[in-house]
Design a protein around this ligand. Sequence first.
Ligand SMILES: [Zn+2]
Length: 644
Amino acid sequence: MPVGTQATVKGQTIHSLKSAGSRVLLANTFHLLLRPGPEVFRKLGGIHRFMNWDGPVLTDSGGFQIFSLPGSRRMNEEGATFQSYVDGDVHLLSPETSIDTQKAIGSDIMMVLDQCIAATAGHTEAEAAMELTHRWARRSLAARGESPQALFGIVQGACHPDLRRKSAEFLRDLPFDGLAIGGLAVGETPAQRYEFTGVVTEHLPKNLPRYLMGVGTPLDILEAVHRGVDMFDCIIPSQLAQRGTVFTSQGKLHLRRSVYKFSEEPLDAACTCQACRDHTRAYLHHLVKSDELLGWHLLTIHNLSFYHGLMRTLRESILQDTFLPCYERMRSELLRTDQENPIVKPKPARPFRYPRLGDYEIHQGPGGFNSVRQISSGEVMHSVNQPEEEANRLYIEQSFLAARLAATDLSTDPLVVWDVGLGAATNAMAVLRCFERCRAERGDGVLRPLRLVSFECDLDPLRLAAGKAGYFPHVRHAAPQAILANGHWTHSSGGMRWELVHGDFLTRFATAQPPDLIFYDPFSSKTDSALWTAETFARILQACSSKSAELYTYSAATAVRVALLSAGFFVGEGVGTGPKTATTIAFTRAEGARAYPRTPRLLGREWLTRWRRSSSKIPTCLPAEARVQFEQRIENHPQFARPS
Ligand SMILES: [Zn+2]
């Protein structure tokens, strides 16, 4: 049965349906109840006159549609109450109103209202739905009264053999004209579908038609016929036609494929339908590609012809008692796809891999910017936003680097900047560009000399970036090449010198020139824990003892802040960057914090209160007695002293 939801099989005329071999149509009670409404059928003499179809019509009960609309209906013993999608009116679909509507529509075969549930429903739920369906089956029979229209019962019970058997046995004792298998093709596997079709048909009477509702593909139908089913309805012939897919004697064809662009062959040489008779694959391919209605129309005709032809073949083989060999042959035929134009799965393209060097590779972040990732740790340098932007915001702007270079009245000593974790030189180049901007802005004016000291033990990230400047515009400069080649670079003015301290920061920094600013950007404590301990920070503080210095870092972790405090730093909150709401600034001296040009951001007593409750209050690696001292160092830190 082709599905004629709205008293029409989509895009087909009664003539095209007949020529395709359709003899009985299915119409949907639910949709016809809402529009045009039973009154129209009563007045115009039923669906046959209405659509000028003189063959039989089967109407479903509307149950399937109702239960496909969870949320917009209320259900109880009486029936289902729901709101019309056409005019918003509230309707009651009960066994009685369903039969009344089907009587008005005037179908030849009516279906009882049943409660549809997923085929995967549990035993309790499935049993309750089955019992309700049985009570509704009795009410439907009573509501039919003297009507000459046939009425079919529906076996439910999901995928529970005992329930399926019970339901079949219950219904076969009632005066139905046929029995249907409901609740399949709603979530179960094909194997389960075949199994439960067989479970039910075993218990159905042989003299009544058996109808498997909503099934299926040609293969599903073949398997169900093999298990004793007589009738089917399915929208697949029309639905697949709309997508350009057809079933042929040579297998399934996808007409959208360009292999058919120049094909003068008919769709199926073994078919005599209008589409195969009148047109080439090339033309049908074109119609499908152009989304033309005629393409859908013609391919539906063909698919319906194929389905009806399949049923005809199966019927004849049963009558000639040759079903089994026919079943075997059809089963292999129906599994085929276009053999002359097989679908060749494209070889998976070699995945694109960003350039690598040593333990590092280029990484493109979700924002589309490039950075460097350490392969072994997976850690990305400047992972959260555009690296140059982050370098400028976090280090250059926060440290007022430009203003310090311009303030020659304060000191003519070189301003020393430590760049801890050279990486791909993002921060170092931001410092260099800042210096160049200051020079450009001040003309030939004098700047405070700048000395940039970069610490790095592994130069591969910079080599990788410098070798792929297409990915990293910030290294398009002579300086990084000079750093790689000679370990130092000096600006032509002599005003800036950049030098590399190659090796482990922890063993090298004590001998470096003491810094004014520290841009502290090594890998995180997960990857490089030694660089984030209180001991390391205490040694850095010691190295800065000759002057007031400031340390800027991307981390705002409590563990990092307490390590700095414990080491004796004065710790404040730095600006947020990207998704981070805060970073950290640490001052070696209290007066450094007071002189900081912005509102002092030193962590206050509220922070201390939060810290006391924090899970990362004290480094877990400390022995018990050291924990007490550590805690006291934080509690007694002058930063938290009450103003006297
Ligand atoms: Zn055809």
